[in-house]
Structures are given as C-alpha cells and as structure tokens.
Design a protein around this ligand. Structure first.
Ligand SMILES: *Cc1c(COP(=O)(O)O)cnc(C)c1O
Length: 401
C-alpha cells in the first residue's frame, strides 16, 4: 500500500463519510501549488472554494498570524482586545457600511443574518411577532445548519434532517416577477447569492440584482447578499454586487476573509440594522478573536490595494476567453462565471464532472465537480498566467478539445 492509500483507508475508517474527496493526500502547499505525501505537485484550481483567494502560505497572512500567535489569540467577547476595533472599523469601511458582527464560519454568519433580519423585522419594521418571512432562491447554497438546510432545494443536503425551520419562501433564482409575488407585508428580507457558486457558478440575468435592490427598497425589505464565496476579489471586484452597481443592506462574508488561515466570517450592515442587538442576544466564543482579527485585517489591507481584484479581472478575462473557445466543440456545453471563477458544463460524452476531475488529477490539476456535469474553476488569485494556461491545456487534453 502506498502512503496515499494508507492515509485514505484510515480516513475512511475513522471519519464520517460526509465528503467524497479526490484521492490525493496533501502535505504542503505554496501559492497555487499543493504537494502530496508522495512529493507530487498539483495545481490548485479550487482554492478551498475561494477561501484561498490569496494563495497558500501567503507571506503577509502568515506573518500577521505568527505575530498575533505570540501576543494573544483569544479573549472571548467578555473582554475587549486591541485588534477588535481596527477589524470592525476597517471591515465596515471596506464595505461602506457602519457596523460588523463577527462570527467564524459562513453558516454561522448566514444564521446571524437570518436572526438579524428577523429582529429588525419585529423591532423596526413592525412585523407581528412570529410572522417574519425571508425569501430565498432555489438552488441556493448558504451552509449546512438545520435552519439553512430547511430552505435548501438540494435533496441530498436536506433529506432526513427535518423537522425544518419555517419562515422561508423559495422562488426561482433570476426571476424578478416571482420574487415580487413572494414579497408580502411580513417579509423582512431577501437572501441571495449574487452569483450562485455551488449551483454551478450561475450568474443571474443582467438587471436582476438591480431589480432586487429596487424591489426590496420600495417594500421596506432587507436585501442580504451572501458574498461568502463571490466576495473579496474573486469576480474582479471586492463584491460581486458591484458588477450591477448594487449595494445590499447586508453583506454576509466568510471564506477568504480568513485568508485560508483561520475561519473568519461576519455580517456587515448599517447602524439601523445591526443596531438592533443588545448584550446577550447573540454571540460566539470565538467570533472576533484576536488571531482572526489580525489575519482578517491583513486580508482587508490586501483588498484595499485593488491589486487582487485587478488580477482576477485580467486573468478572468483570459480564462473565460479560453473556455469560450471550447463551447460547441462537443466537449463543453456551456461556460459561466465572472472574474477568475468559472462553471464548465461537461458534455456527457466526455464523462461526468467527477470523472473529468479525476482525469485532471492524474495530470496534476485539482478541480471539483458540482451537480454531476459541472466542474468549477477558481484558482487562487495569485496564480501566474503561465500556470493558468498550463492548467487549461490539461483541461483541453482531458476533454479531447
Ligand atoms: C461556503 C458557503 C457558505 C457556508 O460557509 P461555511 O464556512 O462552509 O459554513 C455559505 N454561503 C456560501 C455562498 C458559501 O459559498
């Protein structure tokens, strides 16, 4: 047995089988490259579902983390610490908002957004107690908690986890008329991904986000943008909403906010919305801890320069230009996305998304399939153009294109 096989067998024996990873065992990584336990190098074209926008082992992030590790890592929110104010101030500023509520994982931040919208609905909008409704889109992905899977349309994510949390209505993504019909006087929020990542990098029709913005504003409903995957540089902007010149009422952030070093998530909004909280009403032991704040502050500083957004735009234009050439040649049915982020629908004649991912792995390129026929391409934004081109060559060869 190879060390790879031994490691995978042990993992399968002693971990719950809630994932089906590709058979590669990573031992180290740098930039856009990962090295496995047998010394083979792979190009990372997934980047931890965009948690690794700034690459593996980013020097600035590691230095920030190391310096903070030596000082203080956790105080709990029972006490103040000296990185907290800077983190909240600078994140609010990056989002052009007033206030931040820090959590750890994306799902926790979505839960926080749901709780915040409900509280705002009762305290500010005047919705009768217990009636608050949140409208969401089909094919959404917002995380894995019991409440969040309650409004998933993915059978695998949802089956056998009921009873489900009430208070959500699901409408087709991209359909403004359906959304308008669903919004009523008890509606407190519309919760959407500006681009649906897990669904296959689905970009809504032009004007949709603007329409959502106008509708929610005119009906006194909060527009919550889950930018956990789409935000922080991936699409060529700090936020994917910017592509339509839209500012939501609330951003939900995670993934790249912790730079792939520590889990950091947050809800960022106005004083009128996040101001609804009083002490004791919500919290998290680790949310906003000093280590998280130190790493996130460095992430924010990197985003402020605009260089990563620009890279995502330039490399993304190149990526989409190359991918478009594959459409219609028999191997690829469709390509979607924005910036350095693409969903590629593989023609069934070339095998499933999983089969293509495995063939790419054999050629030392790591991607992840989603929903059967689609592969997702989202390398770290620090990838070189040469490496991106090499990865695309491997894809063309696997697809016989
Ligand atoms: C990943 C993701 C989440 C959940 O984040 P976790 O950190 O895995 O809990 C929520 N929303 C979107 C859009 C995501 O991509």
């Amino acid at each position: 047995m190879s060390s790879t096989e031994r490691s995978i067998a042990a993992a399968e024996a002693h971990s719950a089988h809630n994932y089906h990873p590709l058979p590669v065992v990573v031992a180290s990584a740098e930039g856009a490259w990962m090295t496995d336990v047998e010394g083979r190098r792979y190009l990372d074209m997934l980047a931890g579902y965009s948690a690794l926008n700034f690459g593996h082992g980013n020097r600035r992030l590691l230095d920030a983390a190391k310096a903070q590790l030596e000082r203080v890592t956790l105080t709990s929110r029972a006490f103040h610490h000296d990185r907290f104010a800077d983190f909240c101030t600078q994140l609010a500023e990056l989002c052009a908002m007033d206030m931040v509520l820090p959590m750890n994982t994306g799902a926790e931040a979505v839960e926080t957004a749901v709780k915040t919208a409900r509280k705002w609905g009762y305290k500010v909008k005047g919705v009768p107690d217990g009636r608050a409704k949140i409208v969401v889109a089909d094919n959404n992905f917002h995380g894995r908690t019991t409440t969040i899977v309650s409004f998933s349309t993915d059978a695998e994510a949802r089956a056998d986890f009921g009873p489900y949390t009430p208070g959500f209505e699901i409408v087709p993504y991209g359909d403004l008329a359906a959304l308008e019909a669903a919004v009523d006087e008890d509606t407190v929020a519309v919760l959407l991904e500006p681009i649906q990542g897990e669904a296959g990098v689905l970009v809504p029709p032009p004007g949709y986000l603007q329409g959502v913005r106008e509708l929610t504003r005119s009906r006194n409903v909060l527009f919550i943008a889950d930018e956990i995957q789409s935000g922080l540089g991936r699409t060529g902007r700090t936020f994917a909403c910017e592509h339509e010149g839209v500012v939501p009422d609330m951003y939900v952030l995670g993934k790249a906010l912790g730079g792939g070093v520590v889990p950091v998530s947050a809800v960022v909004s106005s004083r009128a919305v996040l101001g609804v909280y009083a002490p004791g009403e919500h919290g998290s032991t680790f949310g906003g801890n000093p280590l998280a704040c130190a790493v996130a502050l460095e992430v924010i500083a990197m985003l402020r320069s605009g260089e990563f957004q620009q890279r995502a735009t330039e490399l993304g234009d190149h990526l989409h230009g190359e991918l478009r050439l594959l459409v219609g040649g028999g191997a690829v049915d469709a390509v979607r996305g924005r910036g350095l982020w693409a969903g590629v629908d593989i023609n069934p004649s070339r095998g499933s998304g999983r089969a293509v991912s495995e063939q790419l792995m054999a050629r030392r390129v790591l991607v992840k399939d989603t929903h059967g026929a689609t592969i997702r391409i989202a390398p770290p934004l620090v990838i070189s153009k040469e490496d991106l081109d090499w990865g695309l060559t491997q894809l063309r060869e696997v697809l016989g294109a």
